[in-house]
Ligand binder design. Structure first.
Ligand code: NAP
Length: 285
């Protein structure tokens, strides 16, 4: 029987703990943690992710605001806005919603956010801290994969199919930091099956609906599906859940797998960063 790796359950445990953590910050410091989301242009997916964060913020009593900018906003204007939020002591976390309109460079903008307000964990400093085995605010999607693996005691040989800076690259080092043996594949890898079939855990994140069927796995495989693909009115993963359920050892559903864990870990980063700022630690790392 295939084990369902239930991201909703993990996310609700994280949210419960975070509710306590944010309320203890309020009690101890008289501060309500605050988050500013930067949304540029009219991308539907970016707006949906932002709205979902506002909803979670409400449940955690976090002061979250969505700052909307028109499609034609320049890098210079955005950097000026981020600089002012960065120096505002009443703002604890900043997040730029992806995807951005063409011509705007997400990673250059992320690097203008102080690392202790970088709730997405994508700035060069937070990424570098992972490599140096001093993880602080880690990219939430990679952290969600790790959280699912830890919750279900999954480890060993892990194959990641993705080398992007938000998923594959931080995940390689986070998994190495936890003594896994990691292989990484991408669109130029010949014979993906050679890498997926030898792994205990396969993380798929290529953004192609239902791409991975039975032939990529064995009955011992655990599949963590990061893919989010909008197909007509529904959301599909990169793995063919219907074909794999009942065949592989374990699998995350989509929706209800990596997504909700990722969304709640953004707030775990906010909690860490807020505490760090309140303790006056911002020069220590
Ligand atoms: P991305 O930057 O486009 O990266 C996609 C990766 O997949 C690249 O490394 C690419 O290889 C590789 N790839 C594409 N086609 C392939 C193929 N046929 N065979 C092998 N590798 C292939 O995308 P991303 O931002 O990392 O996101 C990936 C997916 O995760 C998307 O579906 C996205 O919506 C989803 N996502 C989900 C969450 C969540 O919380 N669940 C969060 C973020 C992203 P190259 O490097 O060679 O191009």
């Amino acid at each position: 029987m295939t084990t369902l790796l239930d991201g909703k359950d993990i996310a609700s445990r994280i949210m419960e703990k975070l509710r306590e953590n944010f309320s203890s910050i309020e009690e101890e410091y008289g501060v309500r943690a605050s988050l500013r989301l930067i949304l540029v242009g009219g991308d539907d997916a970016a707006a949906i992710y932002a709205k979902a964060k506002l909803k979670r913020a409400k449940r955690l009593n976090v002061d979250a605001k969505l700052l909307k900018f028109p499609e034609e906003t320049s890098m210079k204007e955005l950097i000026s806005e981020i600089t002012s939020l960065s120096s505002d002591r009443d703002v604890n976390g900043i997040m730029i919603e992806n995807p951005l309109p063409k011509g705007l460079d997400f990673y250059s903008l992320a690097d203008t956010i102080p690392y202790y307000k970088d709730v997405d964990g994508t700035s060069s400093r937070n990424q570098g801290l992972i490599v140096n085995r001093r993880e602080f605010m880690t990219p939430a999607t990679a952290a969600a994969v790790v959280a699912i693996m830890e919750h279900y005691n999954l480890s060993g040989k892990v194959t990641i199919i993705n080398r992007s800076p938000v998923v594959g690259r931080p995940l390689i080092n986070m998994l190495l930091n936890r003594n896994n043996t990691v292989s990484v594949c991408h669109s130029k890898t010949p014979d993906l099956l050679e890498y997926t079939r030898i792994a205990d855990v396969v993380v798929v994140a290529i953004g192609k609906p239902l791409f991975f069927g039975k032939s990529y796995f064995t009955e011992r495989s655990s599949v963590i599906d990061v893919g989010i693909n909008y197909v007509e009115d529904s959301i599909k993963g990169d793995a063919d859940f219907t074909e794999l359920n009942g065949y592989v050892e374990a699998i995350t559903p989509v929706p209800g797998g990596v997504g909700p864990v990722t969304a709640s870990l953004i707030f775990e980063n906010l909690y860490k960063g807020t505490l760090f700022q309140l303790k006056g630690n911002s020069k220590k790392l």
